[in-house]
Design a protein around this ligand. Structure first.
Ligand SMILES: NC(=O)c1ccc[n+]([C@@H]2O[C@H](COP(=O)([O-])OP(=O)(O)OC[C@H]3O[C@@H](n4cnc5c(N)ncnc54)[C@H](OP(=O)(O)O)[C@@H]3O)[C@@H](O)[C@H]2O)c1
Length: 269
């Protein structure tokens, strides 16, 4: 990286929600922003200054083509993702695999594509957009929780390998954010499932809370600040009373934390 204004930033999933707000925040501070969407032509409200490119993270050819055209990247924000819900016993294997391909393997492939150049140039920032669910697992979200925990795992381990060379990988865990993601969430529940009552009750409460979530622009500010830090922290969290939640988690035994989460959702224990 030479000067702040010449940073090239890639934001995946820049067509809506957190990715759109993040692309806008980087563009507003003068960075050169490449934003992705599976179908850039369908983006109704484009953020001025963002160079939109096609990328489908479930398609290896699409990732390879996108990466080959990139050039030097200073900052990569692995934001694109999908939300999924359903009892583990009833999640189709193909759905779990697709979720991992999008939320984890796609992000890992892009990270691998940019890391050598960042290391060679002695500067790089990679932000994995995880989820507080990765730190505070909840029922009926096992596949999603697992993808976000996996993403954080890649980031926190590889930091040790790359930070001595000026390349910092970090994770930002948003809590409940009002992006409409819940309307796009894929749900799996067998007809006549014995989970129906609990699943329906839990999802209604979760959706209600997400509707009251903070604005994606607030998450974007955290992502931009993480990417600007000289030594980004291993983990940032924003929304859902994150400071209180993580403080309580440090203080109380895991079993107690589990009971607190269950109680807050009216779940049987
Ligand atoms: N909203 C929340 O409460 C919340 C909380 C914690 C974490 N997060 C995480 O934050 C990130 C953004 O979420 P959001 O709420 O902003 O969701 P969103 O508004 O639904 O945005 C998701 C983005 O991912 C892109 N995307 C979807 N499928 C893709 C694929 N196969 N290949 C490439 N891109 C794909 C979409 O772009 P196209 O459809 O244009 O391709 C879209 O830009 C996700 O990783 C999510 O898990 C969200």
């Amino acid at each position: 990286m030479s000067t702040h204004s010449t940073r090239t930033v890639v934001v995946t999933g820049a067509s809506s929600g957190i990715g759109k707000a993040t692309a806008a925040a980087f563009a507003a501070q003068g960075d050169k922003v490449i934003g992705t969407s599976r179908n850039p032509d369908s983006i109704a409200e484009r953020v001025p200054g963002v160079d939109y490119r096609a990328l489908d993270l479930t398609d290896a050819d699409s990732i390879a083509h996108f990466a080959a055209e990139l050039g030097a990247v200073d900052v990569l924000i692995n934001n694109a993702g999908e939300s999924q819900a359903g009892p583990l016993a009833e999640l189709p294997g193909a759905a779990i695999e697709r979720l991992f391909q999008l939320n984890v393997f796609g992000a890992v492939a892009l990270t691998q594509a940019v890391l050598p150049g960042m290391r060679e140039r002695g500067y790089g920032r990679i932000v994995m957009v995880g989820s507080m669910l990765g730190s505070f697992p909840m029922p009926y979200r096992s596949s999603y929780v697992a993808t976000k925990a996996a993403l954080r795992g890649f980031a926190t381990a590889a930091r040790f390998e790359e930070s001595p060379f000026g390349v910092w990988i970090t994770t930002v865990e948003p809590g409940q954010i009002d992006t409409g993601l819940r309307e796009r969430r894929t749900k799996y529940l067998n007809e006549g499932s014995s989970h129906t009552a609990d699943f329906t009750k839990f999802m209604a409460k979760l959706d209600e809370q997400q509707g009251k979530g903070i604005a994606p622009e607030r998450v974007a500010r955290t992502i931009v600040a993480a990417a600007a830090a000289d030594r980004p922290k291993p983990l940032y969290a924003v929304g859902s009373n994150a400071p209180v939640m993580f403080a309580v988690r440090r203080l109380v035994p895991r079993a107690v934390m589990e009971r607190l989460i269950a109680a807050s959702y009216g779940l049987k224990r």
